[in-house]
Design a binder for this molecule. Structure first.
Ligand code: DGL
Length: 298
């Protein structure tokens, strides 16, 4: 089996930041990362053959996450970002401790950002919207409670929002407005100070969510919060790439690279240069020696 390697004319001289998601959504985190840390090379894996994760059981999501992590570790990354709220909520606690490098999820950074927003507002009420699996895990309520015992959190699963965004529908689409209104109505009656968008897809329909909530509720975006955490972890470890190095983005997907490339541009905010398909059943069987190696500088 030939492994889809880095393009030969694009040597990677620095340890990359590895990022993964169930599909396209994690590109919203990559977009934030590339704005904050433009010199980092990023290897992205989107599990487009098995998306969505948000309707699957924790056991299944954990198995997928382990397989992807093993695949990404072949690049000897400086850190791994689980750019999927569902993975972060249901699978990450069991995986992180086994890794020698930082594995950064979305729950803790997003909960911290929500608490920070509450502190600035002098409020205590936060509403969390997420996938069904994330809500069922209670990970956000637990993380918020650990950070501030006085915080009162409610959560609401919004399962229709991911497929609507995946279909390319944007914030001005009437179906998006309808679904958002139905999901948010009970939360608005509860009068939260902050609404935490705890799903990778929601930043793409942020204007629809903001319109429905009105000006009194502050929106917190889990993608931006996670990217800020990655920047602070790399800074603390003195592991930031410097100007002049790499800054490349290479994307792997488990299905339909063309669809990923065309729809992904909306999530990323820039064209996606290169997408390579690798099937899930190839993850385990790819010998380490055949994985793309970082090439020596120069
Ligand atoms: N990436 C997932 C999340 O942030 C949404 C898509 C899915 O259900 O797989 O929860």
């Amino acid at each position: 089996m030939t492994f889809p390697a880095w393009p030969k004319d694009e040597p990677v001289t620095d340890p990359p930041v590895a990022v993964f998601d169930s599909g396209l959504g994690g590109l919203s985190v990559v977009g934030e990362l590339r704005r904050l840390l433009p010199h980092e090379t990023i290897v992205y894996f989107g599990d487009t053959a098995r998306v969505p994760y948000g309707t699957k059981s924790p056991e299944t999501v954990a198995r997928f996450a382990r397989e992807i992590l093993a695949f990404l570790m072949r690049w000897e990354p400086k850190c791994v970002v689980a750019a999927c709220n569902t993975v972060s909520a249901v699978a990450l606690p069991g995986i992180v401790s086994a890794q020698a490098i930082p594995v950064i999820g979305m729950v803790r950074p997003s909960a911290e950002a929500a608490i920070e927003a509450l502190d600035q507002l002098g409020g205590k009420m936060v509403a969390v919207i997420a996938t069904t699996a994330t809500v069922a895990s209670n990970a956000y309520q637990q993380a918020l409670g650990r950070l501030d015992r006085q915080v009162i959190a409610v959560q609401k699963a919004c399962p229709l929002l991911v497929p609507l965004v995946e279909e390319g529908r944007d914030a001005d689409d009437p179906l998006v407005a309808l679904a958002v209104a139905q999901y948010l109505e009970p939360l608005i009656r509860w009068q939260p100070d902050v609404l935490l968008m705890a799903c990778t897809h929601y930043p793409l329909i942020r204007p629809a969510i903001a319109r429905c909530l009105g000006p009194k509720v502050t929106l917190v975006d889990s993608a931006a919060a996670t990217a800020r955490k990655v920047a602070s972890v790399l800074t603390e470890r003195n592991a930031l790439s410097t100007a002049g190095t790499n800054g490349k983005l290479l994307c792997y997907v488990s299905d339909n690279p063309q669809r990923f490339q065309s729809l992904g541009t909306r999530f990323l905010g820039e064209p996606i240069p290169s997408v390579v398909r690798v099937r899930p059943n190839e993850f385990e069987s790819i010998p380490y020696e055949n994985a793309p190696k970082r090439m020596a500088a120069g």
